[in-house]
Design a protein around this ligand. Sequence first.
Ligand SMILES: C[S@@+](CC[C@H](N)C(=O)[O-])C[C@H]1O[C@@H](n2cnc3c(N)ncnc32)[C@H](O)[C@@H]1O
Length: 199
Amino acid sequence: MAEISEAHARELAKQAARKEDLSRSVVADLSGCQRILFEAGCGHGHWLCDFAAAHPDIHCVGIDLISWRIRKANDKKAKRDLGNLHFYKAELAEFLEVLPPAIRFERTVLLFPDPWPKAKHHRRRMVQAAFLDEVARRSDPGGEFCFRTDDRPYFDWTLEHLEAHPEWMIDEAAPWPYESETYFQSLMSSFDSVVAKRV
Ligand SMILES: C[S@@+](CC[C@H](N)C(=O)[O-])C[C@H]1O[C@@H](n2cnc3c(N)ncnc32)[C@H](O)[C@@H]1O
């Protein structure tokens, strides 16, 4: 029992140190920045590098859980000298905890997120009511939530969550914000997209 609680305490200490490091980097990089385009689960950063290059006036932030994917994304950013773009190795909930509350999202993008097909794993999907609440809190009216996947059950799950949410309205007429193939998109023969707007 003592061993379990020691291991647990070590894990909590590691988590606190990780969040402190992340918070320091985010605060230093984004000081003075009020609005961002946020991509969760950016993978190798293909889409976000292209978007940031095409929109030099927009601050762009991408996060991913996997270190080597973020290393590849940062290599691309450095090659193209994109000063308006920041990538972080971070888990979504932890990132949202440390992101200064004054930073607003003008657009939030999820591209081919892991579908977690088994029902017992659905709680691991990034799209959850609590996530849509947090993104809504950080978005002004008209702010966008853009989602694309090849997995039809995850697409339906996302439509249901958006339809049930009082602060998001699906906008079928809204254009997809920017076309550039992601790594996972290049592997898929078809996919579905939805854009919702903050009410
Ligand atoms: C299927 S890949 C898609 C990557 C990229 N968007 C693309 O289309 O090529 C999903 C990515 O989401 C990341 N991811 C999954 N859950 C995450 C979470 N809770 N926080 C941050 N990243 C997450 C994974 O590490 C993975 O790189």
